[in-house]
Design a protein around this ligand. Structure first.
Ligand code: COA
Length: 254
């Protein structure tokens, strides 16, 4: 079975992270499948909405740390950057259902969704600094915008996790629901969108995003440059090795 499942029904293309034994951490191969699925959904007139989900216990532990260590993205055409651009430019609505941990890109991809439903067990975190990295996927711009600067600093400089209720208050999620019902509720909402006139959905989303789309893609490119460099520097190497060896990182020498 693939680590990414794609199923299209009633105008909704449902993309499911299916690597639960590794907490749905995302490998380069998975990013390539995600990018392909999103590009295909954009081109297919029968698809009106995309839904991204995990299961009731885990959304995603973010990038696969073994990949970060052994096969970091090498240029802007690497699968992770292809996925980010496809999602940030996707013209139709995207819905997400988030339960359990949503780490790193597991949280930052939500800024590119239109509706987000969270289980009451959802735990969001963007621990880039703790890994010797910087924000990605436009989050250095979108988090301060949505959270306000000081709450953004708590999330991005301290890398502190926050739970579903805080995410609701901030405006990152639309509704907090029981984890076992989350995917079904998100599917109902996605199908409501899919029943609406596609051209009106696309034009409305375009207009809502118009003010910042260019700036966003520019910021993502700048973040990508820094992130790509920092992945190879000693602080990040130490953080990744520590995770793989199940020990605390020692940043005293980096
Ligand atoms: N990359 C690779 N493997 C990962 C992973 C990741 N990002 N996250 C979890 N895994 C693996 C673990 O190594 C472990 O593998 P093993 O069973 O072979 O030892 C398995 O998934 C289960 O993870 P574990 O940490 O035991 O689960 P948990 O329930 O105690 O904690 C998390 C879940 C998500 C809180 C924790 O795994 C975590 O913090 N992961 C790293 C998140 C991260 O820093 N991501 C990068 C963001 S940029």
């Amino acid at each position: 079975m693939s680590d990414i499942l794609v199923h299209t029904e009633a105008g909704v293309s449902t993309i499911t992270f299916n690597r639960v034994d590794k907490k749905n951490s995302i490998t380069a191969a998975m990013y390539a499948e995600l990018a392909d699925a999103i590009d295909k959904a954009a081109a297919d007139n029968a698809v009106r909405t995309v839904l991204i989900q995990g299961d009731a216990t885990i959304f995603s532990a973010g990038n696969d740390i073994g990949d970060f260590l052994n096969a970091p993205p090498s240029n802007e055409n690497s699968p992770v950057f292809r996925f980010m651009r496809a999602m940030a430019s996707f013209p139709k609505p995207i819905v997400a259902a988030v339960c359990g941990p949503a780490v790193g890109i597991g949280t930052t991809l939500l800024f590119h969704c239109d509706l987000v439903y969270a289980g009451d067990n959802a735990a969001f975190s963007m621990p880039f600094v703790n890994l010797g990295l910087c924000p990605e996927f436009g989050s250095s711009m979108l988090v301060p915008q949505m959270f306000g600067y000081h709450r953004a600093a708590e999330a991005l400089l301290l890398g502190e996790p926050f739970m579903a209720e805080a995410a609701l208050e901030i405006g990152l999620v639309n509704r907090v629901v029981p984890p076992t019902e989350c995917n079904a509720i998100a599917q109902v909402q996605a199908r409501k969108l899919a029943a609406k006139p596609l051209s009106a959905l696309i034009e409305t989303k375009r207009l809502m995003k118009k003010g910042q789309q260019g700036m966003l893609l520019e910021r993502m490119a700048e973040e990508g440059q820094s992130f790509g460099r920092m992945l190879r520097e000693p602080a990040a190497r130490e953080a990744f090795s520590a995770f793989m060896e199940k020990r605390k990182p020692d940043f005293s020498k980096v």
